[in-house]
Design a protein around this ligand. Sequence first.
Ligand code: NAD
Length: 297
Amino acid sequence: MTEIIDGNAVASEIRDELTESIERLADAGARPGLATVLMGDDPASQTYVNMKQRDCEEVGIESHHVDVDGDAPPEELFDTIADLNENDDVHGYIVQAPVPDHVDYRNVIRRVDPAKDVDGFHPENVGRLVAGDARFRPCTPHGVQKLLESAGVDTEGKDVTIVGRSDIVGKPLANLLIQKAEDGNATVTVCHSRTDDLAEKTRSADIVVAAAGVPELVDGSMLSEDTVVIDVGVNRVDADNDKGYELVGDVEFESAKAKASAITPVPGGVGPMTRAMLLYNTVKAAGLQEDVDVDLP
Ligand code: NAD
């Protein structure tokens, strides 16, 4: 029987454990604070930001939000960032991507105080991660590691194929999984849009992580028996329902499930984990800044 890895259940356990860490902070007179910054009015970004705020309230993290006009000069966003860097009530914050075209996202990330960079995208935090001394693991890769752990999948000595080399998923996940660590020690192949013979790379893997943003790119014919499949993709495709669309992953679920020993669904797999790990990083940031041992899971 193929195990369906339940991201909602694992995320809920992590949130419960975080509540204990938040109580430790409260005992020391501190309340963790997360801010979201949204430049422009992209509806999907608005939804993500709302969800992050709701998640915060649920576990007792104070949420802050700043809207920046989509037509404003970059300096207005930079001023907001400078204010958040100085605000002691805000232990971590994220600048929701994408930012409008006239703003260079890299220039934005460089201005975030690395101690408050709970996305883990600042070059200092990227460097620390690669060096095996991560301050904040980026939320989606960290969520993938937690899902593997929850399913009892030991990554040591395993062949992992990651489909996608983005800065937010593929690259950091590859770096985490090759580390000499209990949740690493894997042999990792990173595939991308120029990879020759993707199916050969996925078939030779014990664990496949699909993060390409291409609907149902990986199907059962590309997998060996008993592969563990983690589907990071979230893609909107046209559908004959009230909304006019449905969400599908980067994996063709039914055919992959027939081959896999364990698989994550979309929705309900990686998505809830990404949200939970943002709360995790916020609590970690608060612990470091308030000098409280938050004893994270
Ligand atoms: P991205 O567009 O930045 O990167 C996609 C990567 O996939 C690129 O490296 C590209 O080279 C590779 N790729 C594209 N087509 C390919 C192909 N045919 N074969 C092999 N590789 C190919 O995307 P991203 O931001 O990393 O996101 C990837 C997917 O994951 C998207 O669907 C996104 O919505 C989703 N996502 C989900 C979560 C979550 O929490 N569930 C978080 C982040 C991203």
